[in-house]
Design a protein around this ligand. Sequence first.
Ligand code: HEC
Length: 106
Amino acid sequence: MLNPADVKIPLILLTLFGAAILTACSTPAGDAANGKRWYAMHNCSACHGQNADDGRALAIADLDMGFTRFEAILRKPSSPSMPAFSEEKLPRQDAADIYAWLKSLN
Ligand code: HEC
């Protein structure tokens, strides 16, 4: 016989893991207005331009990538010309704000 208590525990665990995975994978909600400020403050504009499409480096306005990839590039840029932005320098939430601002440009 299946005891209801035996069923409950795996269900609770499944719910907890599910919630944890969703939190880790989802894009944090970003605030585009703040993002515009972080973008200027961290000097992204020096290379990518004031409007994110008018600098010496690649245009990143309305960029065609998910947040996970965007954050990975910030932490570990593929080009040595771009400085790495660690979590201490640029927290995940600020990165999400910048991402929201870039996505709002088109
Ligand atoms: C010193 C110049 C410099 C600064 C400052 C800089 N970048 Fe970059 N960035 C680059 C260069 C050069 C590349 C091109 C890398 C490549 O071709 O692989 C790049 C690439 C990128 C890419 C990938 C674009 C793509 O389509 O593959 C993103 C996203 C990006 N930068 C975002 C930022 C953000 C956000 C900031 C500020 C927090 C920033 N960068 C600051 C020079 C810079």
